[in-house]
Design a binder for this molecule. Sequence first.
Ligand SMILES: N[C@@H](CCC(=O)N[C@@H](CS)C(=O)NCC(=O)O)C(=O)O
Length: 215
Amino acid sequence: MSVKLYHFPISGPSRGALLAARLVEVPVDVEIVNLFEKEQMKESYLKINHQHCVPTLDDCGFILWESRAIACYLADKYGKDDQFYPKDLKKRAIVNQRQQFDGCSLYVKIRAICFPILFCGETEIKQSLKDDLNSTLGFLDMFLQDTIWVAGNHPTIADAAIYASVTSILAVGWDISSFPNIQRWLQECASLPGAAENDEGAKAFGEAVKKNLKS
Ligand SMILES: N[C@@H](CCC(=O)N[C@@H](CS)C(=O)NCC(=O)O)C(=O)O
């Protein structure tokens, strides 16, 4: 049996999990769950994940959701070594911290901006939400001041999560000209396995958001 990932390319967290799988080089069967068609509410999907979100992993019957938990599991179980999710306690703690920064802060700010535009008829981005995201991007820029990647000088699964989030907001047309370290890091990320695949999904996300935005 193979590893299956229930995925929707427009979803940032879903792309983050798939990028992590590509990074640790575990072959996955991708099954698309189209959120725009409400496929996550189908009985067959609810049986797998009653929280009806993507991504969801099915590893030979072991079901796991939450993109960053999926990334950790895949790296621990299938990584040829620990380079993408170090076993060293302190290095691992930094990767965890960056992942949590994404899950609890960066992605949350992006969602606060984009969800109402995609699903609730909002057509403008409030200045307070813009300021909030820019301040979070400022922290990310600081993380990248002294290191090539978000958790050190080697790519890790934290880069996968954060790259998926940052490319979502870039595709909406976000101005990152005041974040030079993020710009430099994005160039590094372009060489990650799965980056092009991620970027296609991010582009579709950006188009869906921009379609509803007042120009
Ligand atoms: N914290 C979760 C977030 C997952 C999430 O919110 N997924 C959204 C798409 S971005 C979703 O599946 N929404 C559909 C639903 O909840 O019904 C993760 O990182 O996996």
